[in-house]
Design a binder for this molecule. Structure first.
Ligand SMILES: [Zn+2]
Length: 139
């Protein structure tokens, strides 16, 4: 997931779009009993400014699949969230940095996947969990 800033600058393509399919590392999924299903779709736009900083807005879209956090039935959740970041040519505590030539989006995309993740997934919105009372009645 790279943006060739120097090359785009030379071509005077100061703004544009991008699209990547990304296979996330499995340990990036922090939802208990779940994992990523398929790849993460990353789409976005960049704008290169006069001082070589680059504004990037991007959207990550992916599916988490596994077991419902309440009742352990099969469950999945589609997630889509947008972020806006700035890449700067020097180290800067507030922004992502790059070498002035090429931006590698991997860290920013991994961060977006972490920030957009739910704490748990449910098989349905009103899942009440394993119903202990019902179980007792059945017996
Ligand atoms: Zn459930």
């Amino acid at each position: 997931m790279k943006i060739q800033v120097k090359k785009l600058n030379a071509l005077k393509k100061y703004t544009g779009g991008f699209e990547f399919e990304y296979e996330p590392p499995a340990d990036l999924c922090l939802v208990p009993l779940c994992g990523f299903e398929g790849s993460v779709r990353v789409t976005g736009n960049y704008e290169i400014y006069d001082d070589d900083s680059v504004g990037i807005d991007y959207t990550v879209k992916y599916r988490i699949k596994g077991q419902c956090s309440y009742c352990l039935n099969e469950a999945f959740k589609d997630i889509e969230q947008s972020f806006e970041v700035l890449f700067v040519p020097e180290d800067d505590a507030d922004n992502y940095s790059y070498d002035g030539v090429t931006i590698d989006l991997t860290t920013a995309v991994n961060d977006a996947i972490l920030f957009s993740q739910p704490n748990l997934i449910l098989c349905r919105d009103d899942c009440a969990g394993i119903d202990v009372n019902n179980k007792i009645k059945e017996e």
